[in-house]
Design a protein around this ligand. Structure first.
Ligand SMILES: *Cc1c(COP(=O)(O)O)cnc(C)c1O
Length: 479
């Protein structure tokens, strides 16, 4: 299996090269040359597998054995998807199945993706990436310095995945004093030698600008082997495809049935994995994109106009991990929507990269969106509170703010009298965003025992100025 860039001119590469490359040299994103197709019979064979076995069967389709011997892949997957790593369930009951499904009401289900060490769905892909990076770096006798910026969730998931991994350092920039106490403690309480928390005197956008500045210095980047684990990494997408299968099997009895899936979305990484699962033949009827007040994606699916916003026009909301102005993985879906016409794709993204927008409403591509199952809804703080209260009052279920945006969108598109199950993806545990949960139901959500006093742990970070050169010097001195 080889991978092509959405923009058509970068060389084709294999799976392990996509992991270490990130963005293609023509500025595009990598996708497999074609999606493997599964038959109903194949689905029946996968239906009763454990999470790790299912992950292996799906991922091996995307990874040539000459690239990574499949026995090695199996070992990496078996080491990743164990219940001791995905142990932080809301009730401290360790789940055998890694991503347990809860039946909420007739035909309405919730797929829990947030039982990993940082209590959000990003752990599922990031834990796999940590193990496979270590394997590849060891094999190629290389070292990697991961540089990133975080407003909370991505950075902590990356750090917990890279703890103690040989050959990997993590330099994570975060805005000083701008993260929740829980998120701050989660990151700054780490003591591992290969994890460097750098607290920047500025905002998240300043951190991101520094990362861009350092990465644009190609000499520095090559000399120090600077890499990233951001959401465009293909390894993260493919690891996320697996749980769409898991959720499908839990919500259906036969592989002739269809389901609808609702996904709280920001950078479009999670739902892009759903799109790929559907392209492989998983019977998903609708893929519902749920956004918060930052509704660029909802606007596109309703009008055909994609109009990314500047960071000044991005709202800070109570579902902060969905506060995006530009959805980096969206390019992957549009590539498929354009029948993989990379010239056309490049024309559109040249506009986006110039800070402009595009409009597909009067092309026949817009009319094809339903063929891909996509539809959408947006939410707001008021509706988020209402959803948290509704789920608690009616079903005794406490959900986090992002998942609440998911339920809002799901109810917009759900008909309980239809026989098609609706699966809502839970992207974080409510304890992570407890202030808003308390505002909604006046109740502190449960927290896993091991994390009870996390806010009180001693914290340490390196405080640097909002300055590219200071960060470069720091990396130079510590890598
Ligand atoms: C990252 C994140 C999202 C958004 O996921 P994307 O893959 O960026 O669309 C939603 N909810 C939570 C809790 C997250 O951490």
């Amino acid at each position: 299996m080889m991978y092509v860039s959405t923009r058509g001119t970068a060389p084709k590469i294999n799976f392990s090269e996509t992991l270490l490359t990130g963005l293609a040299s023509d500025g595009g994103l990598y996708l497999p040359e074609q999606y493997p197709k599964l038959s109903k019979h194949d689905l029946d064979d996968l239906r009763n597998l454990s999470y790790a076995d299912l992950a292996y069967q799906i991922m091996r389709e995307y990874i040539g054995a000459e690239d990574i011997p499949h026995a090695d892949l199996k070992k990496i997957i078996d080491k990743t998807y164990v219940k001791d790593i995905f142990a932080f369930t809301r009730d401290d009951q360790r789940a055998e199945d890694i991503t347990p499904v809860t039946k909420v009401s007739n035909n309405l289900y919730m797929l829990s993706l947030s039982n990993g060490p940082t209590l959000a769905f990003k752990d599922i892909a990031m834990q796999f990436l940590g193990n496979i990076f270590e394997y590849l770096l060891n094999r190629e006798n290389k070292k990697l310095n991961i540089l990133g910026a975080t407003s909370g969730d991505t950075g902590s998931a990356a750090e917990y995945a890279m703890i103690g991994k040989k050959g990997v350092n993590v330099f994570m920039l975060s805005p000083r004093g701008k993260m929740s106490p829980f998120q701050t403690s989660q990151m700054y309480s780490l003591k591992e030698k290969n994890i460097f928390n750098i607290s920047i005197d500025g905002f998240f956008d300043d951190c991101q600008d520094i990362v861009k500045g350092v990465s644009n210095d190609l000499d520095f980047k090559n000399k120090h082997n600077i890499g990233a684990v951001n959401s465009i990494n293909w390894g993260r997408i493919i690891a996320q495809v697996v749980y769409y299968f898991k959720g499908y099997f839990a919500a259906t009895k036969s592989s002739n049935q269809y389901i609808d899936v609702t996904v709280p979305s920001g950078n479009f990484g999670n739902i892009c994995a759903g799109h790929i699962a559907r392209m492989m033949g998983l019977p998903i009827r609708k893929l519902i994109v749920a956004t918060n007040e930052n509704d660029v994606l909802d606007e596109f699916f309703k009008t055909g106009k994609y109009h990314p916003r500047s960071s000044d026009n991005t709202f800070h909301t109570s579902s902060p991990s969905m506060d995006i102005s530009k959805a980096s993985n969206f390019e992957r879906f549009i590539f498929d929507l354009l029948d993989r016409d990379s010239k056309k794709l490049k024309d559109l993204w040249d506009r986006i990269d110039r800070g402009s927008d595009f409009d597909l409403s009067d092309t026949n591509y817009f009319g094809k969106i339903p063929n891909f199952g996509f539809t959408s809804s947006s939410s707001s703080h008021e509706l988020r509170l209402k959803m948290i209260k509704k789920l608690y009052d009616e079903f005794g279920l406490i959900i986090d703010t992002h998942t609440a945006d998911g339920f809002k969108a799901a109810y917009d598109h759900f008909d309980e009298n239809e026989s098609i199950p609706m699966l809502v993806l839970e992207t974080a545990l409510p304890t992570k965003f407890e202030d808003t949960v308390i505002e909604a139901i006046n109740l502190k959500p449960p927290r896993p025992e091991l994390l009870k006093n996390i806010e009180e742990l001693p914290k340490h970070s390196y405080e640097l100025n909002n300055n590219i050169n200071d960060v470069k010097e720091f990396i130079e001195g510590n890598s």
